[in-house]
Ligand binder design. Structure first.
Ligand code: SF4
Length: 484
């Protein structure tokens, strides 16, 4: 008899379970009512190592806390801010088979180290690469969003759509944040850029630009995370946006739907979403939420309940834009488990997975283009076509390109070459913009030995050149001073 071979991915419908938060010593007495309260969640976020220790106590070893502290001081590009809802999904105790769960100390710490949500929300020093912690081409604003600001905070990169950064904060800070240049508090390694204009003037300048630019029809209302804007301020901005005839799509960018569902499920917010979506529908405008979920463990019953209540309130859609990261979701199983949890249980459509951007200290998270292409191949055919996410590379000065759209790919040196079919707002007079090749780089440690050696030589040469330029500048300064 011919054996029946198993599918590479075995689908099963998940039953969502809210992990039990009272397993943490610091939340032993926290009630359901407190847990569901957005203000309680915000005021109990973990912002530093001491607060994590107060919460977790002896569950984690001293070595873990020291590893985290060192990362905060020497590597972190984002300050620590983890809401209880997210912490509760790390090493989740679900009631099923908890007997085998490590209870504390070394075994628990090993499980915590390996946890996918921990790996991007609480990065530790030992997670990072020591050979190439940053790619030599890494940059703070790696997508050059700031360069494309039409007015402060409004990035006009694509012909018909813009990104409006209404505020520079979030209720949670992700270690890999692509907007690390601007978002969040400064860290010992990164002094953040500050908006110069007052929020009210900046928002008005964005609205004026959109009213004066009829070629733009689609606005990503973002930040930061719009969940950090008081609802009445967000509603007022959206009301004015809906007055602009050319705006047909509005997408609210908020990771908080997953990290702080208590905010989006609050009655006043749900009612406000109802008012805005009713007005939008009457004008033929689509209002959607774009959220950011990276692992199936983050999709809890509370997240699903909140998403459904927002859809019931009138949202056109909720879509997920995750980030592809090593140790978080870099397998077909992890990606498909997440997509099915979103699609089956939470009314959230899987939409994109972005390759992690080339910001400083992100090399341990980043995958090569070849790995991303393999993952795209592996997840095809399981989900409905409309819910099969595209894995995209956000190419500097280009924008999102599907990973299979690459023009040329030098695998030895890990350099991919891309083209585009539109001009960004800063290229109106650039005749070569559409024929030029734009580049993206694989992490160096994923390259063959010859490629790694090439990068070592290149960066030595670059360092020597920079030192020579510094020496020449110092000598010019010294001569100028001697003439004074
Ligand atoms: S929620 Fe988005 S903007 Fe905020 S820290 Fe995370 S990745 Fe950055």
């Amino acid at each position: 008899m011919t054996p029946v071979l198993e599918q590479p991915y075995a689908y099963r419908m998940r039953t969502l379970v809210e992990p039990d938060w009272t397993r943490f010593p610091g939340w032993r007495d926290v009630t359901e009512a407190q847990w569901r309260d957005a203000q309680w969640q915000r005021s109990h976020c973990v912002k530093n190592v001491r607060q994590l220790r107060d919460l977790m106590g002896d569950l984690l070893t001293d070595e873990f806390y020291a590893d985290l502290e060192r990362d905060q001081n020497e590597r972190a590009t984002m300050s620590m801010l983890v809401p209880p809802q997210m912490l509760n999904t790390m090493v989740p105790a679900t009631g099923e088979g908890d007997a085998g769960m490590p209870s504390a100390g070394t075994a628990y710490t090993a499980a915590f180290y390996a946890d996918p949500v921990r790996r991007y929300m609480l990065p530790v020093f030992s997670d990072r690469r020591t050979d190439w912690p940053s790619h030599p081409k890494a940059q703070r604003d790696s997508l050059h969003e700031h360069d494309m600001w039409a007015v402060e905070g409004l990035t006009h990169r694509y012909p018909t759509k813009v990104l409006a950064e209404l505020l520079p904060t979030c209720p949670q800070y992700c270690g890999h944040c692509t907007r690390m240049d601007l978002v969040g508090n400064s860290t010992p390694t990164v002094t953040k850029l500050k908006f110069a204009m007052k929020p009210v003037d900046r928002h008005q300048a964005m609205l004026d630009y959109l009213a004066a630019t009829p070629t733009v029809r689609d606005v990503v209302v973002s930040g930061g995370d719009v969940a950090n804007l008081p609802w009445k301020n967000l509603e007022s901005f959206l009301d004015k946006l809906l007055e602009i005839e050319n705006i047909r799509d509005i997408r609210l960018a908020t990771k908080a739907l997953m990290a702080l569902p208590q905010h989006w499920g609050a009655p006043d917010v749900v009612e406000g979403v109802g008012r805005i979506t009713a007005k939008a529908r009457a004008r033929g405008v689509h209002v959607a939420i774009h959220t950011h979920v990276n692992h199936a463990n983050s999709v809890t019953p509370l997240v699903a309940e909140t998403a459904r209540s927002l859809m019931d309130a009138g949202l056109f859609n909720i879509r997920n834009q995750g980030v592809l990261m090593r140790g978080v979701n870099d397998s077909p199983e992890a990606l498909l488990d997440l997509c099915f949890a979103l699609q089956d249980n939470a009314s959230i459509t899987p939409y994109y997975f972005y390759m992690c951007d080339m910001i400083p200290f992100s090399e341990h998270w980043r995958l090569s283009l070849a790995e991303a292409q393999h993952l795209q191949h592996s997840i095809m055919g399981y989900l409905p076509g409309f819910a099969t996410p595209r894995i995209v590379c956000d190419v500097p000065f280009v924008g999102k390109r599907w990973v299979n759209q690459v023009e040329e790919y030098d695998r030895e040196h890990g350099i991919s070459y891309w083209r585009k079919n539109y001009r960004t707002s800063i290229e109106a007079a650039d005749v070569d913009a559409l024929s030029r090749e734009y580049v993206y780089y694989d992490p160096i440690y994923t390259l063959p030995e010859t490629g790694r050696q090439w990068w070592a030589r290149e960066s030595n040469a670059e360092a020597a050149h920079a030192a020579a330029m510094d020496a020449a500048a110092s000598s010019r300064l010294a001569s100028a001073q001697s003439l004074v």
